[in-house]
Design a protein around this ligand. Structure first.
Ligand SMILES: NC(=O)c1ccc[n+]([C@@H]2O[C@H](COP(=O)([O-])OP(=O)(O)OC[C@H]3O[C@@H](n4cnc5c(N)ncnc54)[C@H](O)[C@@H]3O)[C@@H](O)[C@H]2O)c1
Length: 396
């Protein structure tokens, strides 16, 4: 079978953790070329992951004959320019989150993909954790009724990723990253919440600010973000992210009129002890329980009670999906599947752009001190961000 040629721009930590291993595990894909602005990084990635070629200039890489798709895993500032160049060459795109820094950049990417008829997917991998996929399935089956409130959180000191995993310090530079709590971790929380609630965001208010971390050590990026969103179906949701908590906590809560679902993926704690927890007020006989609940729950009571109580007793159910293969693998496989079988990705470019709109609306709302309607009417440039310049790579 003819293999799909993939190129990777930005061979840093997420490419190492997620994209290269997933490409390696895929039979119908070959790593045609890798590109990194840092020569050593590009060369090392080529050797380690057995790419055919390496580049430091992505425009040269795009001239490779066998290329069919590109994964963009460079810092956010570079996504727009690189994505448009790829789309214009007819290359399908998987772009890491956040899709871009400003709302204009994000929609420019979406437009370029549409005009050039290429697939565009954004790397919101949290949707690919089984517990979040199962939460979505249960919500769509109506297990918790109409979901009218939600909360997604990601509290994680920037040092965890920055000091141990990242290749560069772009996260400390708002001129490249755009934002930190609101854009780096917030990108995941915002996307997950909008998808699980299943209704677009109508208006936004919030704060994204540096309130705790020392500027000399950690830069000017926001370390605290709270975002309130009102959805078109009138649901209200809330995002809480920070970059100063010494212990990582992450969870998502969905409140329906007939039940509640909690999920967690990045870290559990004594209060969120299962990847997926469900409470429903619906009457189910054991055989009628949604398959996800019947097969994967670990009862907190003597299991036989479920067989002798009619309907099944109402209580919290903890569900433990298998952890492997992981979210990134599923995400990359999905991208390949979308190219091979000409499918619409689960995490579409438009979803990425809508999440960027929310981030930008937070900055706008700090100026206007109120709610900001979506879609935004003008480009919002986050504080300190410097668009449209490729003069720096974020290396500290
Ligand atoms: N989905 C996730 O969970 C996840 C996790 C981490 C990072 N990310 C995203 O992936 C992207 C990269 O983050 P990272 O943590 O891998 O960063 P990193 O600092 O570890 O690596 C970035 C790499 O890009 C290279 N680079 C910088 N400017 C470039 C340019 N103009 N062209 C080509 N290469 C360039 C750097 O030399 C470096 O090797 C960001 O958008 C980030 O938000 C996503």
């Amino acid at each position: 079978m003819h293999k799909i040629g993939i190129g990777v721009i930005g061979c840093g930590s997420i490419a190492e953790l997620a994209h290269f291993p997933s490409i390696k595990q895929s039979e119908n894909v070959e790593l045609t070329a890798v590109c990194d602005i840092d020569e050593e990084t590009a060369k090392r990635a080529k050797e380690k992951w057995e790419a055919r070629a390496w580049y430091t200039d992505y425009e040269k890489m795009l001239k490779e004959d066998n290329l069919k798709a590109v994964i963009i895993a460079s810092p956010p500032k570079f996504h727009c320019q690189q994505a448009i160049a790829c789309a214009e060459r007819g290359l399908h795109l998987l772009i890491e989150k956040p899709l871009a820094v400003t709302n204009k950049e994000a929609w420019d990417i979406v437009d370029a993909a549409r005009e050039n008829k290429v697939r565009l997917m954004v790397g919101c991998d949290r949707r690919f954790w089984p517990q979040n996929q199962w939460a979505k399935e249960l919500i769509e089956e109506g297990v918790i009724g109409k979901v009218m409130m939600g909360r997604a959180t990601m509290h994680e000191h920037v040092k965890f990723y920055q000091d141990n995993i990242a290749f560069t310090d772009f996260r400390l530079h708002p001129e490249i990253a755009g934002g930190s709590a609101v854009a780096d971790t917030g990108a995941h929380a915002i996307d997950l919440l909008i998808w699980l609630i299943g209704s677009p965001v109508k208006r936004v208010t919030g704060i994204a600010d540096r309130r705790v971390l020392n500027e000399e050590r950690w830069g000017k990026c926001d370390d605290t973000a709270v975002i309130m969103m009102e959805h078109e179906n009138k649901a209200l949701s809330y995002v809480s992210c920070n970059r100063f908590s010494p212990v990582v906590s992450q969870f998502t809560e969905l409140y329906g009129n007939e039940g509640t679902i909690f999920t967690t993926s990045d870290a559990q704690n004594p209060y969120q002890t299962a990847p997926l927890a469900v409470y429903t007020t619906k009457d189910y006989e054991y055989e009628q329980l949604p398959e996800i609940i019947r097969k994967y729950r670990w009862p907190q009571i003597f299991w036989a009670e479920d067989l002798i109580t009619h309907p099944v007793k109402k209580r919290w159910v903890s569900i433990y999906p298998p952890r492997e293969p992981n979210n990134y693998y599923y995400l990359c496989q999905h991208f390949i599947d979308c190219i091979v079988n000409d499918k619409e990705p689960l995490t579409k470019g438009e979803d990425g752009a809508r999440a960027v709109e929310v981030m930008c609306a937070v900055f706008k709302s700090m100026e206007t001190k109120g709610w900001v309607d979506l879609p935004l009417k003008e480009e919002v440039i986050p504080p300190y961000y410097q668009p449209n310049s490729l003069s720096t790579s974020g290396r500290g």
